[in-house]
Design a protein around this ligand. Structure first.
Ligand SMILES: NC(=O)c1ccc[n+]([C@@H]2O[C@H](COP(=O)([O-])OP(=O)(O)OC[C@H]3O[C@@H](n4cnc5c(N)ncnc54)[C@H](OP(=O)(O)O)[C@@H]3O)[C@@H](O)[C@H]2O)c1
Length: 389
């Protein structure tokens, strides 16, 4: 962790939809004496955010098209939070600047290609400088990454383990999320290429770690399960490769859980349809115009939103069911998760690791404790009792 910096935390993208919610969270929950600043490309918008929040913090002007301004942000602080996305479009320069400056970094990306590319470009340099580069510190992928860690910790040590995850959400999404999703959908080939390049160079442990997942009815939770190949299972498996606690043979299944079969089929069809449409440039441009950057669900919509992640873990003859739950997944809880991740990196006693890391590897239990204190539920639903839920 670098010393002698002007700030503990700089929030880049503070004028965006999720950036403003993150600024609000920090304004309300920052520990006494936190040295933090708001950063973005538009000084007038930044000043308006600062005035609305009534906080006495500096504002820094930085634009991703001006690498020197981004380097200045990375060099001014111990930790950078960024909500400037789509990350595939805007994110690379800041990750590079943080790796170079030895500055810790957290973001909200759910874009696998971006994470694989930054691994290839900046992981080694970050290991040298001590920077901890932690992607996906929002609803992608904290409830899964830390939820699986929490579940594994309830099971015996040194045995093969299996965790199946079933998540349910009721929520809407922002313009930024829509733009990022369509951008990622339009680059499936590039995504596969980046994943293959990463696989060639990334060290793999001797232990067995693999994904699983089957569509179908899951009687125990009374829902239909649809396996989802999002970034979340990739992050969980990365944590499993890095941490011995996941056992000599670990497998993980990641599923959306819905009440009725037609919803499951509708969801799968809509996802595939959108993916197909995003391949055609004029249709993609039309889609991107439908929901603009800066828009997002209002406070009343967010207050009605919720998420629930059920995890069923088995191993060594034992079985446990856990649940991670909270309010609006995409924005209220995401801004909380992101801000607490940055505070955790800035102030908690953590493992001596560096480079591109997952939340489970970089912060683990310390971040779980922070999230529980901030109102996100992590609980064991069934005791480790053999078979019953
Ligand atoms: N995975 C999750 O759980 C999760 C949840 C929520 C959001 N997200 C992701 O977070 C990202 C932000 O979402 P959002 O809805 O908050 O987006 P948004 O409202 O569109 O905000 C984007 C931000 O990027 C800034 N920006 C754009 N171009 C820039 C540039 N050249 N230099 C510096 N800043 C620039 C914008 O500044 P201006 O205000 O000046 O335009 C704005 O502050 C998206 O990628 C989204 O997918 C992920």
């Amino acid at each position: 962790m670098p010393t002698g910096r002007r700030f503990d935390i700089v929030l880049f993208g503070a004028t965006g939809f999720t950036g403003q919610l993150t600024a609000e969270y920090l304004a309300r929950h920052a520990p006494e004496g936190l040295r933090w600043a708001l950063a973005g490309r538009n000084p007038a918008k930044l000043a308006a955010v600062r005035d609305r929040l009534g906080v006495d913090v500096e504002t820094l002007t930085a634009d991703v098209t001006d690498p020197a301004s981004i380097a200045a942000v990375a060099e001014a602080t111990r930790v950078v939070i960024t909500t400037v996305g789509p990350y595939l479009e805007y994110g690379d320069v800041l990750v590079g600047a943080c790796a170079e400056a030895g500055t810790d970094y957290v973001d909200l990306t759910g874009e696998p290609e971006f994470v694989d590319r930054t691994y290839l470009r900046y992981h080694s340099r970050a290991v040298e400088t001590g920077a901890r580069l932690v992607h996906a510190c929002g609803f992608d992928s904290i409830p899964y990454d830390l939820g699986v860690l929490y579940t594994v910790q309830q099971l015996p040590v040194g045995v093969p383990l299996t965790v199946d995850c079933y998540f349910a959400v009721s929520a809407s999404f922002s313009g930024g999320t829509f733009q990022s999703t369509i951008t990622a959908f339009s680059r499936l080939r590039e995504m596969q290429k980046a994943a293959a390049e990463r696989k060639k160079v990334e060290p793999r442990p001797q232990r067995r770690v693999r994904g699983r997942g089957r569509p179908g009815r899951v009687a125990e939770i009374g829902r239909w399960a649809v396996p989802l190949p999002t970034i979340d299972p990739q992050i969980v498996l990365r944590s499993a490769r890095a941490l011995d606690r996941y056992g000599p043979d670990f497998s993980y299944g990641h599923h959306l859980a819905v009440k009725r079969l037609p919803s499951a089929l509708g969801f799968a069809g809509a996802g595939l349809g959108l993916m197909g449409l995003a391949q055609v440039p004029p249709v993609r441009r039309w889609l991107l115009d439908r929901k603009k950057s800066g828009d997002g669900p209002d406070a009343a919509q967010r207050a009605r939103s919720w998420f629930k992640v059920t995890l069923i873990g088995t191993g060594g003859g034992e079985r446990v069911v856990t649940e991670i739950a909270g309010g609006d997944p995409g924005y209220d809880e995401t801004s909380k998760m992101l801000a607490e991740s940055a505070l955790c990196l800035a102030f908690d006693e953590l493992p001596a690791v560096a480079g591109q890391l997952t939340t489970a590897v970089a912060m683990g239990d310390k971040l779980i404790h922070r999230l529980v204190a901030a109102g996100i539920e992590f609980r064991v639903l069934s005791p480790v009792d053999g078979q019953t839920v």
